[in-house]
Structures are given as structure tokens and as C-alpha cells.
Design a protein around this ligand. Sequence first.
Ligand code: NAP
Length: 282
Amino acid sequence: MSAARYAVFGQPIAHSQSPRIQAAFGRAEGIEIDYRAIEASPQEFAAALEAFAAGGGVGANVTLPHKEAAFALCATTTSRAQRAGAVNTLLRKGTRWHGDNTDGIGLVRDLTGRHGLDLRGRRVLLLGAGGAARGVAPALLDAGILELVVANRTPERADALVDAMSEPGRAISAYWEALREQGDFELIINATSAGRSDGAAFSLPLSLVNSLTTAVDLNYGEAAIPFLAWARAAGCRNYFDGLGMLVEQAAESFQQWHGVRPGTDEVYAGLRERAATLVTAD
Ligand code: NAP
């Protein structure tokens, strides 16, 4: 019998590490994995997903720019996906898709497990209000942070994200241009894709940083360089990229498809070795 089929959908997708990660988990767990990267434009996504299911596809990851579209295509979704309004993990149930969002728990596991951060009582600045930001915001609140301040280039999207959290007082939005007025933060998260497009330098007030500040970029590779360069120059205590989150969210997806949570340390170490040129002070 041929292996069940899995895939990651996105555009662009050639850079995706997900096939490598899922294959490594499969080898470690003795499970045969057929997991491919499928490039699809926003116009093509729904049809590509149906064709995948018709060809034996039973599980998928969804990345930029399809997470909100994937949410809309699901017949059922988990509560964390509902709060995020975005889906990164699809599981075929009968003739329909069930959607989950493992980004947030992936980030929290990386921060608390791998990097030893205690999130409780912390002020957190979240930059961005796209699919990734919507995924991580509920998990950060659930992890017991004191306050979440969300700033986005398009302020209305930050407002919408905060409204969706339904935690007035604990989750608030701020204008990017007025961040100087927000005081300092123990955790600053870059959930924008700014570093992917123009490579322009990141400019944020130094007053956001205190002696404990950790900065994390959900991006990795070259896209993470501008923000991490800012974090280093600003004197952040720790700063690291999104490779750990990537591995942890992938492990959560793997668990949902195969019923077992794979160990992540070896896969993370392998990816980190490949990305050895990256800036990291962790
Ligand atoms: P998205 O839905 O397209 O959202 C992009 C976000 O970036 C929006 O908030 C957008 O602001 C902002 N943005 C784009 N260009 C900008 C610029 N030049 N200056 C300031 N803000 C800008 O993308 P996403 O799914 O949220 O993903 C965001 C990033 O996180 C991606 O690069 C992705 O690779 C990464 N990510 C990593 C992981 C991981 O596991 N490590 C998981 C998920 C995502 P507007 O609303 O104003 O357009």
C-alpha cells in the first residue's frame, strides 16, 4: 500500500524546510512519509487543495499567503484556529478538511522549552497582524503574559487582531509610529514579512528595550537579518530567529497526522547547522 500523502502549500514555496523536517520526523519515528511542497497562487489554492485530496492527500500545512483562505475552506476548525482566523494544519476527515493552527503553540514551546523563557507577567510587543501574528497572539495570552501590544503597518489589521482576542485591557493595538509611547517590553516579536521583500533596515525606538528584552523573529534565513540586526544594535539580551518555532509547529502537525509527537532537538540542531551563518546570540 502506498503511503498517505501530505504536503505544504504556499507561494513562494521553494524555500520551505517543511518537507525536510517532516521526512526527518518520519525517519525518527519509523513512519513512511510522502510530503511534498506544492506551489499555488491565491487563485489556484482551493482547486490545488481539492486536487491534492482527490489524489490521496490526507494532511497538509499551509503557509504564506494561504492561512486565512485555508481557514475559510475548512468544514471544522479547532478553537485556537478560530481565535486566529487562520489555519496552518489541515487534516482530512471523510470528504472534508479539519483545520488547526499550531503556530502559536510552536512559538510558545520554543520560547519556554528551548530558550527557557518564563512568559508569565511579561509585556509583549507583537509586530505584524497577518496570519502568523494571528496564530501566535492567542497562544501568548494563554501562556499568561501580562499585556500584548500589537502594531502593524496597516493599523486597522492590528485593531482587528486585538478585537478578535476579546481581552480588552490585556491585548491592545498601537500605532507603529507611536511605539515610543508604549514603554519597554520583555519580549518583542517580529511577525511581519518585511525582511522578505526589500531587505530594508528595521527601525524601532531603542526605548522599547530593557535589560531583559528578548527579540524573536518568526522569519529565518536572510529574511530575519534586518530585525535581528536591529535587536543586536538595540542591546537586546537575547535574539533569535524562527527556526525553533518552525520545528515545534511542525512537530504539532506531525502529532495530529500520525498520533505521536516526535522529538525536535535533533531536527532543530540539523537545521541550525545548515543555517550556521545566521546571527544568533542565544
Ligand atoms: P502575511 O499574512 O502576509 O502578513 C504579513 C505581515 O507583514 C502583515 O502584518 C504586513 O503588514 C507585514 N508587512 C509586510 N511587509 C511589510 C513592510 N515592508 N513593513 C512593515 N510590515 C510589513 O504573512 P504571515 O503568514 O503573517 O507571515 C509573516 C512572516 O512570518 C513570514 O515571513 C513567514 O515566513 C513567517 N512565519 C514563520 C513561521 C515559523 O514557523 N517560523 C510561521 C509562520 C510565519 P500589512 O498588514 O500592513 O500588510
